[in-house]
Design a protein around this ligand. Structure first.
Ligand code: SF4
Length: 215
Protein backbone atom coordinates (compact mmCIF):
# COMPACT_ATOMS: atom_id res chain seq x y z
CA UNK A 1 0.00 0.00 0.00
CA UNK A 2 1.25 3.47 -0.91
CA UNK A 3 2.25 5.92 1.84
CA UNK A 4 -0.36 8.39 0.49
CA UNK A 5 -3.13 5.84 1.27
CA UNK A 6 -1.50 4.58 4.46
CA UNK A 7 -1.27 7.98 6.19
CA UNK A 8 -5.05 8.70 6.38
CA UNK A 9 -5.71 5.10 7.48
CA UNK A 10 -3.25 5.45 10.33
CA UNK A 11 -4.78 8.79 11.28
CA UNK A 12 -8.24 7.17 11.30
CA UNK A 13 -6.93 4.27 13.40
CA UNK A 14 -5.35 6.44 16.09
CA UNK A 15 -8.25 8.84 16.32
CA UNK A 16 -10.62 5.82 16.69
CA UNK A 17 -8.28 4.36 19.29
CA UNK A 18 -8.46 7.54 21.33
CA UNK A 19 -12.21 8.14 20.86
CA UNK A 20 -13.24 4.59 21.74
CA UNK A 21 -10.58 3.69 24.27
CA UNK A 22 -13.09 2.66 26.95
CA UNK A 23 -15.31 0.76 24.53
CA UNK A 24 -12.32 -1.14 23.13
CA UNK A 25 -11.68 -2.52 26.63
CA UNK A 26 -15.35 -3.40 27.06
CA UNK A 27 -15.48 -5.26 23.74
CA UNK A 28 -12.28 -7.10 24.52
CA UNK A 29 -14.00 -8.74 27.48
CA UNK A 30 -17.04 -10.21 25.72
CA UNK A 31 -15.07 -11.17 22.59
CA UNK A 32 -12.59 -13.24 24.58
CA UNK A 33 -15.33 -14.73 26.73
CA UNK A 34 -17.40 -15.68 23.68
CA UNK A 35 -14.38 -17.23 21.95
CA UNK A 36 -13.52 -19.29 25.03
CA UNK A 37 -17.11 -20.54 25.33
CA UNK A 38 -17.25 -21.58 21.67
CA UNK A 39 -13.71 -23.00 21.44
CA UNK A 40 -12.67 -20.31 18.95
CA UNK A 41 -9.53 -18.20 18.65
CA UNK A 42 -9.56 -14.40 18.66
CA UNK A 43 -7.55 -12.66 15.94
CA UNK A 44 -4.01 -12.55 17.40
CA UNK A 45 -2.84 -9.47 15.47
CA UNK A 46 -3.05 -6.42 17.72
CA UNK A 47 -3.65 -3.77 15.09
CA UNK A 48 -6.18 -5.74 13.08
CA UNK A 49 -8.03 -6.85 16.22
CA UNK A 50 -8.02 -3.32 17.64
CA UNK A 51 -9.37 -1.95 14.37
CA UNK A 52 -12.27 -4.42 14.51
CA UNK A 53 -13.08 -3.35 18.08
CA UNK A 54 -12.98 0.32 17.00
CA UNK A 55 -15.41 -0.44 14.17
CA UNK A 56 -17.73 -2.38 16.49
CA UNK A 57 -17.67 0.56 18.93
CA UNK A 58 -18.32 3.00 16.06
CA UNK A 59 -21.24 0.90 14.84
CA UNK A 60 -22.70 0.77 18.36
CA UNK A 61 -22.33 4.51 18.76
CA UNK A 62 -23.97 5.24 15.37
CA UNK A 63 -26.74 2.66 15.35
CA UNK A 64 -27.18 1.91 19.06
CA UNK A 65 -26.46 -1.77 18.35
CA UNK A 66 -23.37 -3.89 17.92
CA UNK A 67 -23.60 -4.61 14.21
CA UNK A 68 -20.94 -6.51 12.30
CA UNK A 69 -18.01 -4.16 11.65
CA UNK A 70 -17.98 -5.25 7.97
CA UNK A 71 -21.62 -4.56 7.10
CA UNK A 72 -23.96 -1.65 7.67
CA UNK A 73 -27.56 -2.50 8.61
CA UNK A 74 -29.92 -2.48 5.64
CA UNK A 75 -33.63 -2.61 4.85
CA UNK A 76 -34.29 -6.15 6.06
CA UNK A 77 -34.90 -6.16 9.84
CA UNK A 78 -34.46 -9.93 10.02
CA UNK A 79 -31.02 -9.80 8.36
CA UNK A 80 -30.09 -6.85 10.59
CA UNK A 81 -30.86 -8.93 13.66
CA UNK A 82 -28.64 -11.71 12.34
CA UNK A 83 -25.84 -9.17 11.77
CA UNK A 84 -25.38 -8.39 15.45
CA UNK A 85 -21.89 -9.43 16.52
CA UNK A 86 -21.22 -12.30 17.15
CA UNK A 87 -23.43 -12.84 14.12
CA UNK A 88 -25.51 -15.80 13.01
CA UNK A 89 -23.36 -16.14 9.89
CA UNK A 90 -20.08 -16.66 11.75
CA UNK A 91 -20.33 -20.42 12.19
CA UNK A 92 -20.82 -21.05 8.47
CA UNK A 93 -18.01 -18.60 7.61
CA UNK A 94 -15.67 -20.38 10.04
CA UNK A 95 -16.53 -23.78 8.58
CA UNK A 96 -15.88 -22.49 5.09
CA UNK A 97 -12.87 -20.20 5.55
CA UNK A 98 -11.48 -20.98 9.01
CA UNK A 99 -12.50 -17.53 10.26
CA UNK A 100 -15.61 -15.37 10.40
CA UNK A 101 -16.09 -12.85 7.60
CA UNK A 102 -14.32 -10.02 9.44
CA UNK A 103 -11.59 -12.35 10.78
CA UNK A 104 -12.42 -11.49 14.37
CA UNK A 105 -12.92 -15.15 15.32
CA UNK A 106 -11.10 -18.14 13.90
CA UNK A 107 -11.30 -21.91 14.36
CA UNK A 108 -9.67 -23.10 17.60
CA UNK A 109 -6.74 -24.56 15.63
CA UNK A 110 -6.38 -21.73 13.09
CA UNK A 111 -2.72 -20.80 12.70
CA UNK A 112 -1.22 -17.35 12.55
CA UNK A 113 -0.85 -17.90 8.81
CA UNK A 114 -4.55 -18.81 8.57
CA UNK A 115 -5.52 -15.50 10.22
CA UNK A 116 -3.20 -13.63 7.84
CA UNK A 117 -4.84 -15.33 4.84
CA UNK A 118 -8.27 -14.29 6.16
CA UNK A 119 -7.08 -10.70 6.60
CA UNK A 120 -5.70 -10.64 3.05
CA UNK A 121 -9.03 -11.97 1.74
CA UNK A 122 -10.92 -9.29 3.65
CA UNK A 123 -8.62 -6.47 2.53
CA UNK A 124 -9.01 -7.64 -1.05
CA UNK A 125 -12.80 -7.49 -0.69
CA UNK A 126 -12.81 -4.02 0.87
CA UNK A 127 -9.86 -2.31 -0.78
CA UNK A 128 -9.06 -4.45 -3.82
CA UNK A 129 -11.85 -3.05 -5.96
CA UNK A 130 -11.36 0.48 -7.26
CA UNK A 131 -13.91 3.02 -6.06
CA UNK A 132 -16.31 4.39 -8.62
CA UNK A 133 -15.19 7.93 -7.75
CA UNK A 134 -14.89 10.72 -10.28
CA UNK A 135 -14.89 14.50 -9.87
CA UNK A 136 -15.90 14.26 -6.22
CA UNK A 137 -18.87 11.94 -6.95
CA UNK A 138 -18.87 8.44 -5.50
CA UNK A 139 -21.30 5.96 -7.03
CA UNK A 140 -21.65 3.14 -4.49
CA UNK A 141 -23.95 0.98 -6.58
CA UNK A 142 -22.99 -2.31 -8.15
CA UNK A 143 -20.80 -3.71 -5.35
CA UNK A 144 -20.43 -7.48 -5.06
CA UNK A 145 -23.24 -9.07 -3.04
CA UNK A 146 -22.25 -11.34 -0.17
CA UNK A 147 -24.22 -14.53 -0.91
CA UNK A 148 -24.93 -15.43 2.74
CA UNK A 149 -26.20 -12.03 3.84
CA UNK A 150 -27.46 -10.63 0.54
CA UNK A 151 -25.65 -7.38 1.37
CA UNK A 152 -23.09 -5.43 -0.68
CA UNK A 153 -19.36 -5.78 -0.03
CA UNK A 154 -18.05 -3.18 0.42
CA UNK A 155 -21.21 -1.42 1.58
CA UNK A 156 -21.72 2.29 0.90
CA UNK A 157 -20.46 3.32 4.36
CA UNK A 158 -17.11 1.56 3.86
CA UNK A 159 -16.82 3.02 0.36
CA UNK A 160 -17.52 6.50 1.73
CA UNK A 161 -14.83 6.15 4.40
CA UNK A 162 -12.30 5.28 1.72
CA UNK A 163 -13.46 8.07 -0.56
CA UNK A 164 -13.27 10.66 2.24
CA UNK A 165 -9.62 9.78 2.70
CA UNK A 166 -9.11 10.73 -0.94
CA UNK A 167 -11.43 13.79 -0.88
CA UNK A 168 -9.04 15.64 1.49
CA UNK A 169 -11.43 18.14 2.98
CA UNK A 170 -13.60 18.58 -0.15
CA UNK A 171 -17.34 17.95 -0.38
CA UNK A 172 -18.12 14.37 -1.35
CA UNK A 173 -21.25 13.58 -3.31
CA UNK A 174 -22.47 10.03 -2.87
CA UNK A 175 -24.99 8.05 -4.92
CA UNK A 176 -26.79 5.29 -3.02
CA UNK A 177 -29.72 3.02 -3.77
CA UNK A 178 -31.76 2.94 -0.57
CA UNK A 179 -33.19 5.30 1.98
CA UNK A 180 -31.59 3.26 4.77
CA UNK A 181 -28.15 4.01 3.31
CA UNK A 182 -29.08 7.70 3.33
CA UNK A 183 -30.05 7.45 7.01
CA UNK A 184 -26.85 5.58 7.83
CA UNK A 185 -24.76 8.23 6.07
CA UNK A 186 -26.64 10.90 8.03
CA UNK A 187 -25.63 9.22 11.30
CA UNK A 188 -22.07 8.85 10.04
CA UNK A 189 -21.94 12.53 9.03
CA UNK A 190 -23.13 13.51 12.54
CA UNK A 191 -20.32 11.49 14.12
CA UNK A 192 -17.71 12.89 11.74
CA UNK A 193 -18.79 16.50 12.13
CA UNK A 194 -19.81 16.79 8.47
CA UNK A 195 -22.78 18.67 7.14
CA UNK A 196 -25.23 16.51 5.29
CA UNK A 197 -27.74 17.05 2.49
CA UNK A 198 -29.76 14.45 0.63
CA UNK A 199 -32.14 14.42 -2.30
CA UNK A 200 -33.98 11.81 -4.35
CA UNK A 201 -32.92 11.72 -7.99
CA UNK A 202 -34.98 9.23 -10.02
CA UNK A 203 -34.46 5.79 -8.46
CA UNK A 204 -31.41 6.82 -6.49
CA UNK A 205 -30.48 9.04 -3.58
CA UNK A 206 -27.79 11.68 -3.75
CA UNK A 207 -26.06 12.59 -0.52
CA UNK A 208 -23.62 15.42 0.02
CA UNK A 209 -21.08 15.21 2.83
CA UNK A 210 -19.77 18.68 3.39
CA UNK A 211 -16.87 19.70 5.61
CA UNK A 212 -18.20 22.19 8.19
CA UNK A 213 -15.76 24.97 7.29
CA UNK A 214 -16.97 25.12 3.65
CA UNK A 215 -20.71 24.68 4.33
S1 SF4 B 1 -18.46 -11.74 10.83
FE1 SF4 B 1 -17.29 -11.85 12.72
S2 SF4 B 1 -17.00 -9.73 13.35
FE2 SF4 B 1 -18.64 -9.74 11.80
S3 SF4 B 1 -20.47 -9.92 13.11
FE3 SF4 B 1 -19.90 -11.97 12.51
S4 SF4 B 1 -18.70 -12.67 14.24
FE4 SF4 B 1 -18.78 -10.47 14.40
Amino acid sequence: MKLKEMAPMMKEFFSGYIDYHKEIKKHDVWIKKYAATKGLKVNPHWMFYTNLKIWIAESESMFGKRYCPCFEPGENAEVNKRLLCPCKFAQEDIQKHGSCHCVLFGRGDLTDEGFKEGETRLMQEYRGTPLNLENGILDTRGAHIDPARGLPVPDSLHQVKRALNKARGQTLEVIVETNVEVENLGKFAGKQGLNFRSSKVGDTWHVELIPRATA
